[in-house]
Write a protein that binds this ligand. Sequence first.
Ligand code: G3P
Ligand code: CA
Length: 228
Amino acid sequence: MNSILKIGHRGAKGHQPENTLISFQKAIDLKVDGIELDVHLSSDGEIIVIHDDTIDRTTNGKGEVNKMSLKELKSFLINNSQEIPTLIEVLNLVHKQCFINIELKGIGTSKPVLDLISLYIKDKKWHYNNFLISNFDWKMLEEAQLLNPKIRIGVLTDASVEDALAFAKKTKAFSIHPNYRLLTKENVALMLENGFEVFPWTVNSFEDIQKIKSFNVNGIISDFPDRI
Ligand code: G3P
Ligand code: CA
């Protein structure tokens, strides 16, 4: 069996503030195979890397991401030192050193993200396997596929492996990303038999990582990718 893929959650959230350039750099330094991140749109259409739909929890400001311009968003700091990054800044930092699992959190992110990916593939010689789009809202995954059938999609679920598997079959998804608490040896085997990569999240304790590894998943999304 191939070695298990290490995927850094929001960069390396266990080591650096989530979804910041220093967090993504830390993940790269830890030799991850992939990083996971979340995106929303600013009011002027920039793709912003942030988990929540407001900046309240992670920065020294307050407000909804999609009601603020990029300039306004850049005026607030995470942990007193880090700006909220754009997806372009993250792509330029990563520079093909690992794949990027982009979770489309915000409404309207499918098209701008797909357009940016196409640009990087056409002009900067990135490849489709440098990207993986995921979402809990499966309609947005279908939307992304319609925009570009070559894009790899990962079906996120916090509720049902069975439903995620059915949707993955229907859409010929690349991977299924279940909450690790939903996994059993049997349901992982079923997803693998059907040809899907299995990337559970967010597995952090050594004990849980050990257990999930024993199910033969293909990769693990963790705040501590160095523990995998
Ligand atoms: O993509 C896996 C995981 O990030 C999904 O949950 O809330 O951390 O975005 P959340
Ligand atoms: Ca996420």
